[in-house]
Design a protein around this ligand. Structure first.
Ligand code: ATP
Length: 221
């Protein structure tokens, strides 16, 4: 019998701020594929993106508020504590070393991240240490732009959930999670325009944003 509780999953991102497009697909994913725990890991200096607007402390505080009533999620601050850029490849290598060679490990990403995954630092090594579990996101194709990257995807693709629980790493699984048309960019833009974000992120996170005056129009605009 396959032990469907053995897979451990890590979910990285900037979370500037955390929103329902992060939380809801992963909660549904956990039910779909049998995840007991998701380690949520905010990054510090994302190498391939503009710098976050909120500080590391603020992004962490918002995450803590967002997951306070959700035991599925556990916060991991290792990338925030690092002074250097957060390379997923390095983090997953460390995680693998900690958990041993046979533990099934999964890294959760959205569909948009899969499309630009080949631009990530040492992306090929990531599948040596973990599986990739992909949540759907509206507005992004399911095929890779370049043929060689499509071949890479096809080589690793599985539609068998058991693979994620029995193999330690190496598979890409496209989960049939529902679409949530929400992004942190959209939320920052709406907040600048004083538009409601009630449906887009948890109320305690929105309260925190207002209390700390985050994502407001800068004075010289
Ligand atoms: P920004 O708009 O600032 O680029 P974002 O909303 O894409 O941010 P990130 O923190 O960059 O959020 O994303 C962290 C992870 O969550 C990524 O793997 C991303 O693909 C995934 N993700 C974010 N929003 C969604 C969504 N609406 N549906 C599915 N996955 C998502």
């Amino acid at each position: 019998m396959v032990d469907m509780s053995s897979l451990q999953a890590l979910y990285g991102g900037t979370f500037d701020p955390v929103h329902y497009g992060h939380l809801k697909p992963v909660e549904i994913l956990a039910n779909l594929i049998g995840l007991q725990r998701v380690i949520i890991m905010p990054n510090n200096v994302p190498p391939h993106r503009p710098q976050p607007e909120a500080t590391s402390e603020q992004r962490k505080a918002m995450l803590e508020l967002a997951i306070a009533d959700k035991p599925l999620f556990q916060l991991d601050e290792r990338e925030l504590r690092r002074e250097t850029p957060s390379y997923t490849s390095q983090t997953l290598q460390e995680w693998r070393a900690e958990r041993g060679p046979t533990q099934p490990l999964g890294f959760i990403i959205g569909q948009d991240s899969l499309l630009n995954f080949p631009s990530w630092h040492q992306y090929e090594t990531i599948l040596q240490n973990s599986h990739l579990i992909v949540c759907r996101r509206p507005g992004y194709p399911l095929t890779m732009k370049e043929e060689q990257h499509q071949e890479w995807l096809d080589t690793h693709l599985t539609n068998n959930v058991e693979d994620l629980h029995t193999l330690p790493a190496g598979k890409i699984y496209l989960a049939e999670t529902p679409w949530f048309d929400i992004s942190a960019t959209l939320i920052r833009e709406r907040l600048q325009q004083d538009l409601s974000c009630d449906e887009l992120l948890p109320a305690p996170v929105l309260d925190y944003i207002h209390q700390h005056g985050l994502y407001q129009k800068s004075a010289d605009e």
